[in-house]
Design a protein around this ligand. Structure first.
Ligand SMILES: *[C@@H]1O[C@H](CO)[C@@H](O)[C@H](O)[C@H]1NC(C)=O
Ligand SMILES: *[C@@H]1O[C@H](CO)[C@@H](O)[C@H](O)[C@H]1NC(C)=O
Ligand SMILES: *[C@@H]1O[C@H](CO)[C@@H](O)[C@H](O)[C@H]1NC(C)=O
Length: 509
Protein backbone atom coordinates (compact mmCIF):
# COMPACT_ATOMS: atom_id res chain seq x y z
CA UNK A 1 0.00 0.00 0.00
CA UNK A 2 1.33 3.23 -0.92
CA UNK A 3 1.27 6.93 -0.71
CA UNK A 4 0.66 7.92 2.91
CA UNK A 5 3.19 10.57 3.71
CA UNK A 6 4.90 9.83 6.95
CA UNK A 7 4.84 13.28 8.47
CA UNK A 8 1.07 13.21 8.76
CA UNK A 9 0.25 10.08 10.69
CA UNK A 10 3.30 10.17 12.92
CA UNK A 11 2.75 13.60 14.37
CA UNK A 12 -0.53 12.33 15.71
CA UNK A 13 1.03 9.28 17.33
CA UNK A 14 2.34 9.06 20.80
CA UNK A 15 5.84 7.78 21.25
CA UNK A 16 6.50 5.15 23.82
CA UNK A 17 9.99 4.38 24.95
CA UNK A 18 11.07 0.78 25.24
CA UNK A 19 11.83 1.40 28.89
CA UNK A 20 8.08 1.56 29.50
CA UNK A 21 8.27 -2.15 29.15
CA UNK A 22 6.54 -3.61 26.12
CA UNK A 23 7.26 -7.30 26.36
CA UNK A 24 10.20 -8.64 24.38
CA UNK A 25 8.40 -11.85 23.80
CA UNK A 26 10.14 -15.14 23.44
CA UNK A 27 8.38 -15.64 20.13
CA UNK A 28 11.45 -14.58 18.18
CA UNK A 29 13.58 -17.26 19.79
CA UNK A 30 10.95 -19.93 19.19
CA UNK A 31 10.46 -18.84 15.58
CA UNK A 32 14.15 -19.02 14.74
CA UNK A 33 13.85 -22.81 15.17
CA UNK A 34 10.91 -23.01 12.78
CA UNK A 35 12.21 -24.62 9.64
CA UNK A 36 9.56 -26.51 7.68
CA UNK A 37 7.46 -24.56 5.25
CA UNK A 38 4.25 -25.73 6.98
CA UNK A 39 5.43 -24.63 10.40
CA UNK A 40 6.40 -21.26 8.98
CA UNK A 41 2.93 -20.82 7.49
CA UNK A 42 1.47 -21.74 10.90
CA UNK A 43 3.71 -19.20 12.62
CA UNK A 44 2.35 -16.44 10.36
CA UNK A 45 -1.22 -17.52 11.13
CA UNK A 46 -0.36 -17.36 14.83
CA UNK A 47 0.93 -13.78 14.38
CA UNK A 48 -2.29 -12.82 12.57
CA UNK A 49 -4.51 -14.35 15.27
CA UNK A 50 -2.39 -12.62 17.92
CA UNK A 51 -2.91 -9.24 16.25
CA UNK A 52 -6.60 -9.90 15.59
CA UNK A 53 -7.34 -10.92 19.16
CA UNK A 54 -5.53 -7.85 20.55
CA UNK A 55 -7.42 -5.58 18.17
CA UNK A 56 -10.72 -7.36 18.94
CA UNK A 57 -10.24 -7.03 22.66
CA UNK A 58 -9.08 -3.42 22.86
CA UNK A 59 -10.05 -1.62 19.66
CA UNK A 60 -12.88 -3.33 17.75
CA UNK A 61 -14.81 -1.94 15.89
CA UNK A 62 -12.59 1.14 15.65
CA UNK A 63 -10.13 1.71 12.83
CA UNK A 64 -6.93 0.64 14.52
CA UNK A 65 -5.37 -0.62 17.73
CA UNK A 66 -2.83 1.34 19.75
CA UNK A 67 -0.76 -1.74 20.53
CA UNK A 68 1.17 -0.42 23.52
CA UNK A 69 -1.43 1.55 25.46
CA UNK A 70 -4.19 -0.86 24.35
CA UNK A 71 -6.30 2.06 23.17
CA UNK A 72 -7.70 2.70 19.72
CA UNK A 73 -7.76 5.24 16.91
CA UNK A 74 -10.21 6.18 14.16
CA UNK A 75 -7.95 7.55 11.46
CA UNK A 76 -10.08 6.10 8.60
CA UNK A 77 -13.50 7.55 9.36
CA UNK A 78 -14.35 5.13 12.12
CA UNK A 79 -15.89 2.47 9.90
CA UNK A 80 -13.60 -0.28 11.21
CA UNK A 81 -10.65 -0.11 8.82
CA UNK A 82 -8.69 -2.94 10.48
CA UNK A 83 -11.76 -5.18 10.43
CA UNK A 84 -12.41 -4.65 6.72
CA UNK A 85 -8.70 -4.75 5.83
CA UNK A 86 -8.28 -8.08 7.67
CA UNK A 87 -11.06 -9.87 5.74
CA UNK A 88 -9.19 -11.14 2.68
CA UNK A 89 -6.23 -12.29 4.78
CA UNK A 90 -8.50 -14.19 7.19
CA UNK A 91 -10.16 -15.83 4.17
CA UNK A 92 -6.84 -16.88 2.63
CA UNK A 93 -5.71 -18.24 6.00
CA UNK A 94 -9.00 -20.13 6.20
CA UNK A 95 -10.04 -18.86 9.65
CA UNK A 96 -13.85 -19.10 9.54
CA UNK A 97 -14.29 -17.66 13.04
CA UNK A 98 -12.60 -14.40 12.11
CA UNK A 99 -14.19 -14.27 8.65
CA UNK A 100 -17.68 -14.49 10.09
CA UNK A 101 -16.95 -11.89 12.79
CA UNK A 102 -15.83 -9.53 10.05
CA UNK A 103 -18.86 -10.24 7.85
CA UNK A 104 -21.16 -9.42 10.78
CA UNK A 105 -19.43 -6.07 11.22
CA UNK A 106 -19.41 -5.10 7.55
CA UNK A 107 -23.12 -5.85 7.15
CA UNK A 108 -23.96 -3.01 9.53
CA UNK A 109 -21.46 -0.26 8.61
CA UNK A 110 -23.15 3.04 7.78
CA UNK A 111 -20.89 4.53 5.12
CA UNK A 112 -23.05 7.65 4.82
CA UNK A 113 -21.84 8.99 8.18
CA UNK A 114 -18.50 10.15 9.49
CA UNK A 115 -17.31 13.23 11.35
CA UNK A 116 -14.02 13.43 9.47
CA UNK A 117 -12.86 14.27 5.99
CA UNK A 118 -12.88 11.22 3.69
CA UNK A 119 -9.96 10.31 1.43
CA UNK A 120 -11.28 8.93 -1.85
CA UNK A 121 -8.03 6.99 -2.37
CA UNK A 122 -7.67 5.48 1.11
CA UNK A 123 -11.35 4.58 1.26
CA UNK A 124 -11.17 2.95 -2.15
CA UNK A 125 -8.09 0.82 -1.53
CA UNK A 126 -8.90 -0.27 2.03
CA UNK A 127 -12.70 -0.43 2.34
CA UNK A 128 -13.91 -0.86 -1.24
CA UNK A 129 -10.97 -3.10 -2.17
CA UNK A 130 -11.37 -5.14 1.01
CA UNK A 131 -15.09 -5.76 0.49
CA UNK A 132 -14.84 -6.54 -3.24
CA UNK A 133 -11.99 -8.96 -2.59
CA UNK A 134 -13.97 -10.66 0.18
CA UNK A 135 -16.89 -10.98 -2.22
CA UNK A 136 -14.76 -12.45 -5.03
CA UNK A 137 -13.07 -14.94 -2.68
CA UNK A 138 -16.22 -16.02 -0.83
CA UNK A 139 -18.23 -16.40 -4.04
CA UNK A 140 -15.29 -18.24 -5.59
CA UNK A 141 -12.46 -20.39 -4.24
CA UNK A 142 -13.27 -19.81 -0.53
CA UNK A 143 -17.01 -20.37 -0.79
CA UNK A 144 -17.16 -22.75 2.19
CA UNK A 145 -16.14 -20.23 4.85
CA UNK A 146 -19.13 -17.92 5.28
CA UNK A 147 -21.98 -19.09 7.53
CA UNK A 148 -24.55 -16.71 6.11
CA UNK A 149 -24.71 -16.30 2.31
CA UNK A 150 -26.75 -13.14 2.87
CA UNK A 151 -23.72 -11.51 4.52
CA UNK A 152 -21.61 -12.31 1.46
CA UNK A 153 -24.15 -10.52 -0.73
CA UNK A 154 -23.95 -7.58 1.67
CA UNK A 155 -20.28 -7.16 0.72
CA UNK A 156 -21.40 -6.15 -2.74
CA UNK A 157 -24.37 -4.01 -1.71
CA UNK A 158 -22.20 -2.23 0.85
CA UNK A 159 -19.57 -1.64 -1.85
CA UNK A 160 -22.21 -0.06 -4.03
CA UNK A 161 -23.48 2.09 -1.18
CA UNK A 162 -19.97 3.27 -0.40
CA UNK A 163 -19.22 4.12 -4.04
CA UNK A 164 -22.55 5.95 -4.28
CA UNK A 165 -21.54 8.06 -1.27
CA UNK A 166 -18.15 8.85 -2.83
CA UNK A 167 -18.94 9.31 -6.51
CA UNK A 168 -19.77 13.03 -6.29
CA UNK A 169 -15.97 13.45 -6.02
CA UNK A 170 -15.74 12.99 -9.80
CA UNK A 171 -18.27 15.72 -10.47
CA UNK A 172 -15.69 18.29 -11.58
CA UNK A 173 -15.20 20.14 -14.90
CA UNK A 174 -12.62 17.58 -16.08
CA UNK A 175 -13.78 14.46 -14.27
CA UNK A 176 -10.49 14.34 -12.33
CA UNK A 177 -11.78 13.84 -8.77
CA UNK A 178 -11.11 15.71 -5.59
CA UNK A 179 -9.45 13.40 -3.09
CA UNK A 180 -10.41 15.01 0.23
CA UNK A 181 -14.14 14.98 0.68
CA UNK A 182 -16.81 16.13 3.05
CA UNK A 183 -19.49 13.52 2.45
CA UNK A 184 -22.19 15.31 4.46
CA UNK A 185 -21.95 18.59 2.58
CA UNK A 186 -20.76 16.89 -0.63
CA UNK A 187 -17.88 19.33 -0.45
CA UNK A 188 -14.13 19.10 -0.89
CA UNK A 189 -10.95 20.70 0.40
CA UNK A 190 -10.78 23.19 -2.49
CA UNK A 191 -7.56 21.81 -3.99
CA UNK A 192 -6.74 22.95 -7.50
CA UNK A 193 -4.83 19.77 -8.30
CA UNK A 194 -5.03 16.09 -7.45
CA UNK A 195 -2.07 13.75 -7.12
CA UNK A 196 -0.97 11.11 -9.62
CA UNK A 197 -1.31 8.13 -7.28
CA UNK A 198 -4.60 9.16 -5.72
CA UNK A 199 -6.10 9.80 -9.16
CA UNK A 200 -4.63 6.70 -10.77
CA UNK A 201 -5.30 4.14 -8.03
CA UNK A 202 -9.08 3.94 -8.25
CA UNK A 203 -9.62 2.31 -11.59
CA UNK A 204 -9.18 -1.35 -10.59
CA UNK A 205 -11.66 -1.24 -7.70
CA UNK A 206 -14.23 0.97 -9.45
CA UNK A 207 -14.05 -1.10 -12.65
CA UNK A 208 -14.47 -4.33 -10.67
CA UNK A 209 -17.53 -2.86 -8.97
CA UNK A 210 -19.09 -2.11 -12.36
CA UNK A 211 -18.30 -5.57 -13.67
CA UNK A 212 -19.93 -7.19 -10.61
CA UNK A 213 -23.02 -4.97 -10.56
CA UNK A 214 -23.53 -4.51 -14.31
CA UNK A 215 -23.71 -0.78 -13.67
CA UNK A 216 -21.12 0.87 -15.93
CA UNK A 217 -21.10 4.20 -14.08
CA UNK A 218 -18.29 3.40 -11.59
CA UNK A 219 -15.93 2.16 -14.31
CA UNK A 220 -16.72 5.16 -16.48
CA UNK A 221 -16.03 7.69 -13.73
CA UNK A 222 -12.66 6.18 -12.78
CA UNK A 223 -11.61 5.60 -16.40
CA UNK A 224 -12.48 9.15 -17.42
CA UNK A 225 -10.16 10.43 -14.68
CA UNK A 226 -7.51 7.93 -15.76
CA UNK A 227 -7.76 9.04 -19.41
CA UNK A 228 -5.82 12.24 -18.59
CA UNK A 229 -3.04 10.15 -17.08
CA UNK A 230 -2.86 7.84 -20.09
CA UNK A 231 -2.69 10.78 -22.52
CA UNK A 232 -0.69 13.34 -20.56
CA UNK A 233 -0.75 16.98 -21.56
CA UNK A 234 1.10 19.29 -21.96
CA UNK A 235 4.22 17.74 -23.44
CA UNK A 236 6.36 18.88 -20.49
CA UNK A 237 4.33 16.52 -18.28
CA UNK A 238 6.18 13.59 -19.82
CA UNK A 239 9.93 14.18 -19.73
CA UNK A 240 10.52 10.50 -20.59
CA UNK A 241 8.03 8.39 -22.52
CA UNK A 242 5.58 6.82 -20.07
CA UNK A 243 6.89 8.68 -17.00
CA UNK A 244 4.57 11.53 -16.06
CA UNK A 245 4.29 14.42 -13.61
CA UNK A 246 2.77 14.18 -10.17
CA UNK A 247 -0.06 16.75 -10.00
CA UNK A 248 -3.10 17.04 -12.27
CA UNK A 249 -5.21 20.15 -12.60
CA UNK A 250 -8.80 19.34 -11.55
CA UNK A 251 -10.28 22.05 -13.77
CA UNK A 252 -8.91 20.80 -17.09
CA UNK A 253 -7.09 17.49 -16.55
CA UNK A 254 -3.69 18.92 -17.57
CA UNK A 255 -0.59 18.07 -15.61
CA UNK A 256 0.76 20.88 -13.45
CA UNK A 257 4.36 19.63 -13.35
CA UNK A 258 6.87 17.20 -14.82
CA UNK A 259 8.30 15.75 -11.61
CA UNK A 260 8.83 12.03 -12.19
CA UNK A 261 9.28 9.19 -9.65
CA UNK A 262 8.02 5.84 -8.39
CA UNK A 263 7.89 7.22 -4.83
CA UNK A 264 4.90 7.78 -2.57
CA UNK A 265 2.45 10.10 -4.31
CA UNK A 266 3.20 8.63 -7.75
CA UNK A 267 3.82 4.92 -7.05
CA UNK A 268 0.56 3.03 -7.45
CA UNK A 269 -0.38 4.84 -10.69
CA UNK A 270 2.36 2.74 -12.34
CA UNK A 271 1.36 -0.31 -10.31
CA UNK A 272 -2.22 -0.20 -11.63
CA UNK A 273 -1.25 0.18 -15.30
CA UNK A 274 0.03 -3.38 -15.53
CA UNK A 275 -2.55 -4.67 -13.05
CA UNK A 276 -5.43 -3.40 -15.21
CA UNK A 277 -3.97 -5.42 -18.07
CA UNK A 278 -3.80 -8.51 -15.84
CA UNK A 279 -7.41 -7.82 -14.82
CA UNK A 280 -8.62 -7.75 -18.41
CA UNK A 281 -6.05 -8.10 -21.22
CA UNK A 282 -8.68 -7.63 -23.93
CA UNK A 283 -9.88 -4.28 -22.64
CA UNK A 284 -6.80 -2.70 -21.10
CA UNK A 285 -4.04 -3.10 -23.69
CA UNK A 286 -3.43 0.67 -23.66
CA UNK A 287 -2.69 0.47 -19.92
CA UNK A 288 -0.15 -2.27 -20.68
CA UNK A 289 1.49 -0.16 -23.38
CA UNK A 290 1.81 2.77 -21.03
CA UNK A 291 3.32 0.55 -18.32
CA UNK A 292 5.84 -0.83 -20.85
CA UNK A 293 6.78 2.73 -21.86
CA UNK A 294 7.21 3.70 -18.20
CA UNK A 295 9.22 0.56 -17.41
CA UNK A 296 11.58 1.01 -20.37
CA UNK A 297 12.14 4.68 -19.55
CA UNK A 298 12.73 3.80 -15.91
CA UNK A 299 15.50 1.34 -16.79
CA UNK A 300 17.02 3.90 -19.12
CA UNK A 301 16.70 7.08 -17.05
CA UNK A 302 15.93 6.43 -13.37
CA UNK A 303 18.08 3.38 -12.54
CA UNK A 304 20.88 4.54 -10.26
CA UNK A 305 23.83 2.82 -8.59
CA UNK A 306 25.46 4.12 -5.39
CA UNK A 307 29.10 5.16 -5.87
CA UNK A 308 30.18 2.91 -3.00
CA UNK A 309 28.03 -0.06 -4.02
CA UNK A 310 27.76 -0.11 -7.83
CA UNK A 311 26.28 -3.61 -7.53
CA UNK A 312 23.05 -2.13 -6.08
CA UNK A 313 20.18 -0.60 -8.06
CA UNK A 314 17.80 2.04 -6.70
CA UNK A 315 15.36 4.35 -8.50
CA UNK A 316 16.13 8.06 -8.48
CA UNK A 317 13.56 10.74 -9.21
CA UNK A 318 13.79 13.46 -11.84
CA UNK A 319 12.56 17.03 -12.17
CA UNK A 320 13.46 19.62 -14.78
CA UNK A 321 16.95 18.31 -15.59
CA UNK A 322 17.81 17.37 -11.99
CA UNK A 323 18.04 13.89 -10.50
CA UNK A 324 17.44 13.27 -6.79
CA UNK A 325 19.27 10.30 -5.33
CA UNK A 326 16.66 9.45 -2.69
CA UNK A 327 14.13 6.70 -2.34
CA UNK A 328 11.61 5.26 0.10
CA UNK A 329 10.29 2.07 1.61
CA UNK A 330 7.10 2.83 -0.33
CA UNK A 331 9.04 2.79 -3.61
CA UNK A 332 10.12 -0.80 -3.01
CA UNK A 333 6.90 -2.14 -4.54
CA UNK A 334 8.77 -1.39 -7.81
CA UNK A 335 10.58 -4.74 -7.93
CA UNK A 336 7.26 -6.57 -7.64
CA UNK A 337 5.74 -4.46 -10.42
CA UNK A 338 8.63 -5.22 -12.81
CA UNK A 339 8.43 -8.92 -11.91
CA UNK A 340 4.68 -9.07 -12.51
CA UNK A 341 4.96 -7.19 -15.81
CA UNK A 342 7.99 -9.24 -16.83
CA UNK A 343 6.33 -12.59 -16.24
CA UNK A 344 2.95 -11.62 -17.70
CA UNK A 345 4.50 -10.11 -20.84
CA UNK A 346 7.32 -12.68 -21.05
CA UNK A 347 10.02 -9.99 -20.90
CA UNK A 348 13.17 -11.35 -19.26
CA UNK A 349 14.73 -7.85 -19.24
CA UNK A 350 11.93 -6.62 -16.95
CA UNK A 351 12.30 -9.69 -14.71
CA UNK A 352 16.06 -9.14 -14.42
CA UNK A 353 15.61 -5.46 -13.63
CA UNK A 354 12.89 -6.32 -11.08
CA UNK A 355 15.32 -8.67 -9.34
CA UNK A 356 17.95 -5.91 -9.27
CA UNK A 357 15.44 -3.62 -7.56
CA UNK A 358 14.48 -6.38 -5.11
CA UNK A 359 18.14 -6.85 -4.32
CA UNK A 360 18.60 -3.12 -3.66
CA UNK A 361 15.60 -3.00 -1.33
CA UNK A 362 16.90 -6.11 0.44
CA UNK A 363 20.14 -4.25 1.10
CA UNK A 364 18.15 -1.59 2.98
CA UNK A 365 16.90 -4.39 5.26
CA UNK A 366 19.93 -6.53 5.88
CA UNK A 367 22.36 -3.68 6.53
CA UNK A 368 20.53 -2.17 9.51
CA UNK A 369 20.81 -3.19 13.15
CA UNK A 370 17.25 -4.54 13.24
CA UNK A 371 17.22 -6.20 9.81
CA UNK A 372 14.30 -3.94 8.81
CA UNK A 373 14.65 -1.15 6.26
CA UNK A 374 14.08 2.58 6.82
CA UNK A 375 11.18 4.79 5.71
CA UNK A 376 13.50 6.74 3.40
CA UNK A 377 17.14 6.72 2.34
CA UNK A 378 19.60 8.45 0.04
CA UNK A 379 22.83 7.71 -1.84
CA UNK A 380 23.97 11.16 -2.99
CA UNK A 381 27.74 11.17 -2.30
CA UNK A 382 27.58 14.95 -1.70
CA UNK A 383 24.95 14.65 1.04
CA UNK A 384 26.15 11.83 3.27
CA UNK A 385 25.62 12.84 6.93
CA UNK A 386 28.88 12.83 8.88
CA UNK A 387 27.68 10.16 11.29
CA UNK A 388 26.62 7.84 8.46
CA UNK A 389 29.80 7.72 6.37
CA UNK A 390 30.53 4.15 7.51
CA UNK A 391 27.01 3.02 6.62
CA UNK A 392 27.27 4.64 3.19
CA UNK A 393 30.66 3.02 2.54
CA UNK A 394 29.44 -0.41 3.52
CA UNK A 395 25.79 -0.44 2.51
CA UNK A 396 25.53 2.06 -0.37
CA UNK A 397 22.88 4.26 1.30
CA UNK A 398 22.33 6.51 4.29
CA UNK A 399 19.11 6.85 6.24
CA UNK A 400 17.05 10.02 5.89
CA UNK A 401 14.14 8.76 8.02
CA UNK A 402 14.72 5.65 10.12
CA UNK A 403 11.11 4.86 11.00
CA UNK A 404 9.34 1.60 10.21
CA UNK A 405 5.56 1.86 10.45
CA UNK A 406 4.73 -1.74 9.49
CA UNK A 407 4.91 -1.13 5.77
CA UNK A 408 4.73 -4.11 3.36
CA UNK A 409 6.46 -3.07 0.11
CA UNK A 410 9.84 -4.73 0.55
CA UNK A 411 8.34 -8.06 1.63
CA UNK A 412 5.69 -7.71 -1.10
CA UNK A 413 8.44 -7.57 -3.74
CA UNK A 414 10.29 -10.52 -2.13
CA UNK A 415 7.02 -12.47 -2.52
CA UNK A 416 6.85 -11.65 -6.25
CA UNK A 417 10.51 -12.64 -6.62
CA UNK A 418 9.77 -15.99 -4.98
CA UNK A 419 6.68 -16.65 -7.11
CA UNK A 420 8.33 -15.64 -10.38
CA UNK A 421 11.75 -17.30 -9.95
CA UNK A 422 11.00 -20.13 -7.48
CA UNK A 423 14.35 -19.39 -5.83
CA UNK A 424 14.46 -20.21 -2.11
CA UNK A 425 16.65 -17.22 -1.28
CA UNK A 426 13.64 -14.91 -1.67
CA UNK A 427 11.62 -17.03 0.74
CA UNK A 428 14.48 -16.74 3.23
CA UNK A 429 14.40 -12.97 2.87
CA UNK A 430 10.66 -12.95 3.63
CA UNK A 431 11.24 -15.18 6.64
CA UNK A 432 14.06 -12.98 7.94
CA UNK A 433 11.75 -9.96 7.65
CA UNK A 434 9.08 -11.82 9.61
CA UNK A 435 11.56 -12.78 12.33
CA UNK A 436 12.72 -9.18 12.66
CA UNK A 437 9.15 -7.83 12.82
CA UNK A 438 8.31 -10.36 15.53
CA UNK A 439 11.45 -9.56 17.44
CA UNK A 440 11.19 -5.78 17.42
CA UNK A 441 7.58 -4.80 16.68
CA UNK A 442 5.52 -7.40 18.52
CA UNK A 443 3.75 -6.27 21.70
CA UNK A 444 1.42 -8.05 24.10
CA UNK A 445 -1.61 -7.09 21.96
CA UNK A 446 -0.29 -6.62 18.42
CA UNK A 447 2.54 -4.97 16.50
CA UNK A 448 4.00 -1.47 16.89
CA UNK A 449 6.14 0.68 14.58
CA UNK A 450 9.81 1.53 15.25
CA UNK A 451 11.32 5.01 15.32
CA UNK A 452 14.79 3.96 14.18
CA UNK A 453 15.52 0.70 12.39
CA UNK A 454 19.23 1.32 12.77
CA UNK A 455 19.25 1.89 16.53
CA UNK A 456 19.77 -0.85 19.06
CA UNK A 457 16.37 -2.41 19.67
CA UNK A 458 14.73 -0.26 16.97
CA UNK A 459 14.69 2.93 19.04
CA UNK A 460 11.34 3.97 20.50
CA UNK A 461 7.93 2.64 19.47
CA UNK A 462 4.95 4.25 17.76
CA UNK A 463 1.78 3.32 19.60
CA UNK A 464 -0.09 2.56 16.38
CA UNK A 465 -0.89 -0.49 14.32
CA UNK A 466 -1.91 0.51 10.79
CA UNK A 467 -4.69 -1.59 9.25
CA UNK A 468 -2.28 -2.63 6.48
CA UNK A 469 -0.48 -4.87 8.97
CA UNK A 470 -3.50 -7.18 8.56
CA UNK A 471 -4.16 -6.56 4.86
CA UNK A 472 -0.64 -6.61 3.49
CA UNK A 473 2.32 -7.47 5.73
CA UNK A 474 0.91 -10.66 7.20
CA UNK A 475 -0.76 -11.65 3.92
CA UNK A 476 2.36 -11.47 1.74
CA UNK A 477 4.39 -13.30 4.38
CA UNK A 478 1.73 -16.00 4.73
CA UNK A 479 1.35 -16.44 0.94
CA UNK A 480 5.09 -17.07 0.68
CA UNK A 481 4.74 -20.22 2.81
CA UNK A 482 1.12 -21.14 2.01
CA UNK A 483 0.06 -23.98 -0.29
CA UNK A 484 -0.80 -23.29 -3.93
CA UNK A 485 -4.14 -21.55 -4.30
CA UNK A 486 -6.08 -19.79 -7.04
CA UNK A 487 -5.22 -16.48 -5.39
CA UNK A 488 -1.44 -16.98 -5.54
CA UNK A 489 0.50 -14.86 -8.07
CA UNK A 490 1.32 -17.11 -11.03
CA UNK A 491 4.14 -17.19 -13.51
CA UNK A 492 3.18 -16.20 -17.06
CA UNK A 493 -0.34 -15.20 -17.97
CA UNK A 494 -2.22 -17.62 -15.70
CA UNK A 495 -3.26 -15.21 -12.93
CA UNK A 496 -6.82 -15.71 -11.70
CA UNK A 497 -6.54 -12.87 -9.18
CA UNK A 498 -4.76 -9.54 -9.20
CA UNK A 499 -3.85 -7.70 -5.97
CA UNK A 500 -5.00 -4.16 -5.39
CA UNK A 501 -2.45 -1.82 -3.82
CA UNK A 502 -3.72 -2.78 -0.34
CA UNK A 503 -3.02 -6.48 -1.16
CA UNK A 504 -6.68 -7.39 -1.61
CA UNK A 505 -6.94 -10.02 -4.37
CA UNK A 506 -9.51 -9.12 -7.01
CA UNK A 507 -10.75 -11.83 -9.37
CA UNK A 508 -9.72 -11.13 -12.96
CA UNK A 509 -12.54 -10.37 -15.40
C1 LIG B 1 -9.03 -18.55 14.23
O1 LIG B 1 -9.31 -17.39 14.96
C2 LIG B 1 -9.83 -17.63 16.26
C3 LIG B 1 -10.31 -16.29 16.81
O2 LIG B 1 -9.28 -15.40 16.97
C4 LIG B 1 -8.78 -18.32 17.08
O3 LIG B 1 -9.25 -18.58 18.38
C5 LIG B 1 -8.38 -19.62 16.40
O4 LIG B 1 -7.31 -20.22 17.09
C6 LIG B 1 -7.99 -19.38 14.97
N1 LIG B 1 -7.82 -20.66 14.30
C7 LIG B 1 -6.68 -21.02 13.74
C8 LIG B 1 -6.66 -22.36 13.12
O5 LIG B 1 -5.71 -20.29 13.72
C1 LIG C 1 -18.69 19.03 6.50
O1 LIG C 1 -19.63 20.00 6.20
C2 LIG C 1 -20.58 20.22 7.23
C3 LIG C 1 -21.68 21.15 6.68
O2 LIG C 1 -21.10 22.28 6.11
C4 LIG C 1 -19.85 20.79 8.44
O3 LIG C 1 -20.76 20.99 9.49
C5 LIG C 1 -18.79 19.77 8.86
O4 LIG C 1 -18.02 20.30 9.93
C6 LIG C 1 -17.87 19.43 7.70
N1 LIG C 1 -17.03 18.31 8.08
C7 LIG C 1 -15.69 18.33 7.97
C8 LIG C 1 -14.95 17.10 8.37
O5 LIG C 1 -15.09 19.30 7.56
C1 LIG D 1 22.85 -9.23 2.97
O1 LIG D 1 22.35 -9.95 1.86
C2 LIG D 1 23.34 -10.25 0.90
C3 LIG D 1 22.66 -10.83 -0.31
O2 LIG D 1 21.96 -12.00 0.02
C4 LIG D 1 24.33 -11.21 1.54
O3 LIG D 1 25.34 -11.51 0.62
C5 LIG D 1 24.93 -10.55 2.78
O4 LIG D 1 25.75 -11.47 3.45
C6 LIG D 1 23.86 -10.07 3.73
N1 LIG D 1 24.47 -9.29 4.78
C7 LIG D 1 24.08 -9.35 6.04
C8 LIG D 1 24.79 -8.45 7.00
O5 LIG D 1 23.20 -10.10 6.42
Amino acid sequence: MHLISLSLPLTALSLVTPSLGYPQLNTARLLSRTNSIESRADAVKEAFVHAWEGYKRYAYPHDELHPISNGFGDSRNGWGASTVDALSTAIIMGNATIVNQILDHIAQIDYSKTKDEVSLFETTIRYLGGMLSGYDLLKGPASGLAEDPEKVERLLTQSEKLADVLKFAFDTPSGVPYNNLNISSRGNDGSETNGLAVTGTLVLEWTRLSDLTNDPEYAQLSQKAESYLLNPKPESAQPFKGLVGSQINIANGQFADGHVSWDGGDDSFYEYLIKMYVYNPQKYALYRDRWVDAAESTIKHLASHPSTRPDLTFLSSYDNGQYSLNSQHLTCFDGGSFLLGGTVLDRQDFINFGLDLVNGCHATYNQTLTGIGPESFGWDPKSVPADQKALYERAGFYITNGAYILRPEVIESFYYAWRVTGKEIYREWVWNGFLAINKYCRTASGFAGLTDVNAANGGDRYDNQESFLFAEVLKYIYLTFAPEGEWQVQRGDGNKFVYNTEAHPIQVA
